[in-house]
Design a protein around this ligand. Sequence first.
Ligand SMILES: [Zn+2]
Length: 232
Amino acid sequence: MVEAAVAAGVTRMVAMGVDLNHSRHALELAHEFPQVFAGVGHYPTQQSAPDISALRALASDERTVAIGEVGLDFVEGDGPAREVQADRLDELFALAVDIDLPVSVHDRGAAEEIAAAITAHPGLRGAMHYFALEWDWAQRFLDLGFYLSFAGLVTRPSRNALREVVKRCPADRLLLETDSPYGQAHKRMGTPNRPAYLLDTASLVAELRGIRVEELAEIERANAFALFSKMT
Ligand SMILES: [Zn+2]
């Protein structure tokens, strides 16, 4: 999978963790492949509480470039109560500020609460992963200093409002991701997503912004290195 990604021009990837074991696995991959870096995180619908000291230890690894995924999910029915999720996010954001790593934020139905949590943690930096909202929200997160990370969703024909956000997002705040194995581009619905397929999204984003895909690649590289500052 990494070879296919590199062959497609995707030379840096961040494997995000959704719980402690998954984060350890992401870190193993990051040590195995020079193109892969790790995010260590705790997905909001996990029943268990995050083990902050264990995450802190994983985060000190030279290959860990982010605290993620973390966030709030008020759509998935079987997650912990909203207040429980919010308390945990508060701890995870505090950890990120304390060790100066960016966060990769998962938001489903909780943009207002996430914006409030970001505001409550001065110095927090990060990306809104799988950004899917309209411009007003984009503006709000940009104003908070965050990056917007776009996935295959923008390639779906019905997503005109999201395409508008892609056009208007400042070049120095725009990131691309696959969210693989999820987040398929329109033409690949029904098959697992792969890092190599980032080009599906990149081609459309370049087209929407009226630039060449090579130019977008340069922008992406600069942005990834700026946000994930431990990335080499
Ligand atoms: Zn997510």
